[in-house]
Design a binder for this molecule. Structure first.
Ligand code: NG1
Ligand code: ZN
Length: 527
């Protein structure tokens, strides 16, 4: 059933350069766009095999998120809108690296090993971001899909989380789910939440010159300017480049405003990344100091709000939060000690956080860089829904359950989503009558520093304990421990990046000078 001739013909067109190997990493394949055409073709084929195996539609997203404009990347989305299962990352890596001559053999190997019935139909939902290379690379995916006889529904430009959402709707039976389905759902949930007096506030959003700009604009049209005032900056229409000196990653790491944005005190600003799955907020205080409200602050705000509504509604479910080692120590302390909510730590990469979050009835997970969402167990949704309809409950209790239900509707539960997270934050600030100042004051970030170190072979660094400690090279952890002990409230760890050829160093301490100095000293250890 594998038609060797068309496969080989198309494989010639999307030929793999010799001696080039890539791995399916934290966020799929990423690299220089000019060297990846064969990977996109092969991922089209792999998506067909996965779709045949699971008898469900599979998503393929063409994007390199916050990477520079000349990079690109591709990742597969599993049927419920979640990231590709880890066991298939190895399979993806094998197929990506097979030579043209070995391609059919490799495909047959996957079919045999995974026991795939090739007579099954396959449906692939495809979308791309606004990079100049994305159109031709998504054509390569389409060629891969047709090489194995799959059906492709090409949605064109979408944000990554929009595609995740559409994949989950499609497999839920909503076969005509599209971009509009997304806008209708999230705008209507948001309007229900803030329906009392208009929010009467505005937020300026830096869209990193990426796909988030046109999409946020459409969402805004659905919500209406009478509910919230959204001002879009870095919309990709001017001369600004994708992710260059702008976007969530830039703002988070540099702790400064994106290019061209003249900030005014107390105004609310947000930055998306290039494919709009990350968001950070920021503001200027009365002394014109830059105040960052990153993924940890967003997660803390959401956790606080859900906790309050759970307490008020007396709905008895288990709420938890999941962070990575990069989470600011004071955010962890705030949620654990002040909110009395359990915090778990997972390895970097949202799939790891997502897996831990689903262990809670309601799991709030965020990476410090602003990628995160909330997961809700189905039984838990049902409990909340029942309480929201229960006329026997005291009005206050029932009202809180209704609010909680509507709040959870505004969340894209499949994956971190800048637009949906933004609506969640805006709705909470509205509900509490808070400005960014009260939000910022939930806790004060411990000063921290992140550095990148280029080494000959980053894989020699191995980690344990959710990447908080190293097991190799021998003796490194002891040296880090000695340095950390010299700094008040010191904490530091190192890990090899999954998306760049660098080792990342993180340090925090009581003052910025101390955090900088600790990060530098630890960098020297591994350099
Ligand atoms: P790596 O390069 O593995 O550190 C980075 C981010 C992750 C995640 C992925 C995918 C940090 C420290 N790391 O991973 O959180 O978002 O990119 O985009 O921010
Ligand atoms: Zn992204």
């Amino acid at each position: 059933l594998l038609q060797e001739i068309p496969i080989l013909k198309l494989a010639e067109v999307h030929s793999k350069p010799d001696k080039q190997a890539m791995a399916y990493g934290t966020a799929g394949f990423r690299g220089k766009a000019s060297k990846m055409d064969h990977i996109f073709f092969r991922m089209g084929m792999l998506a067909v095999l996965r779709s045949k195996m699971l008898k469900s539609a599979i998503g393929v997203m063409v994007t390199a998120s916050h990477n520079p404009v000349l990079d690109n990347g591709v990742k597969l989305i599993d049927p419920c809108g979640e990231m590709l299962v880890e066991s298939w990352e190895v399979i993806a890596t094998g197929l990506a690296n097979a030579s043209n001559d070995d391609l059919v053999k490799e495909l047959k190997k996957i079919v045999a090993k995974e026991n795939i019935d090739l007579s099954q139909t396959a449906t692939i939902l495809l979308a791309r971001d606004t990079r100049p290379s994305s159109l031709s690379l998504s054509n390569a995916v389409q060629d891969g899909i047709s090489a194995l006889g799959g059906t492709c529904r090409n949605y064109g430009l979408l944000t990554t989380p929009q595609l995740h959402y559409i994949v989950s709707c499609y497999n839920d039976g909503v076969k005509d789910a599209d971009e509009d389905t997304y806008y209708k759902w999230f705008s209507s949930a948001f309007k229900t939440l803030v329906n009392e007096p208009p929010v009467n506030s505005n937020v300026t959003v830096d869209c990193a010159n990426g796909v988030g700009a046109p999409k946020l604009n459409k969402l805004y049209e659905h919500i209406g300017a009478n509910v919230i005032d959204i001002i879009i900056h870095n919309d990709g229409e001017g001369c600004g480049k994708l992710n260059e000196k702008c976007g969530a990653d830039y703002v988070k790491i540099q702790q400064r405003a994106p290019i061209g944005l003249n900030m005014e005190p107390f105004h609310r600003y947000a930055s998306f990344d290039g494919d709009a799955d990350r968001i950070v907020y920021y503001s200027l205080d009365c002394d014109c100091n830059f105040v960052l409200l990153d993924g940890d602050k967003i997660a803390s705000l959401i956790t606080l709000y859900i906790k309050e509504l759970l307490d008020e509604s007396k709905v008895d479910v288990k709420l938890g939060m999941v962070q990575t080692a990069y989470a600011n120590g004071n955010s962890t302390r705030y949620v654990t000690d002040t909110l009395n909510v359990m915090v778990a730590c997972a390895r970097t990469g949202v799939k790891h956080l997502h897996h831990k979050a689903v262990e809670f009835d309601i799991g709030v997970y965020f990476e410090a860089n602003g990628h995160g969402t909330v997961t809700v167990k189905e039984e838990c949704s049902n409990v909340i829904e029942r309480a929201a309809k229960d006329d026997k409950l005291p009005a206050k209790q029932k009202d809180a359950a209704i609010k909680l239900k509507t709040f959870l509707d505004v969340i894209n539960k499949t994956v971190g989503d800048a637009m949906s997270d933004m609506l969640a934050v805006e709705a909470i600030l509205h509900a509490k009558g808070w400005s960014v100042r009260e939000w910022a004051q939930l806790y004060t970030d411990l000063p921290n520093r992140q550095l990148k170190v280029t080494v000959a072979d980053r894989t020699v660094i191995r980690t344990t304990d959710s990447e908080r400690r190293t097991t190799s090279p021998e003796g490194l952890q002891e040296e880090i421990d000695k340095l950390v002990a010299l700094f008040p409230n010191g904490r530091s760890f190192v890990r090899p990046s999954g998306t760049e050829d660098v080792v990342r160093v993180y340090a925090e301490s009581d003052t910025q000078e101390h955090a900088d100095s600790l990060a530098k000293k630890v960098s020297i250890l591994i350099y």
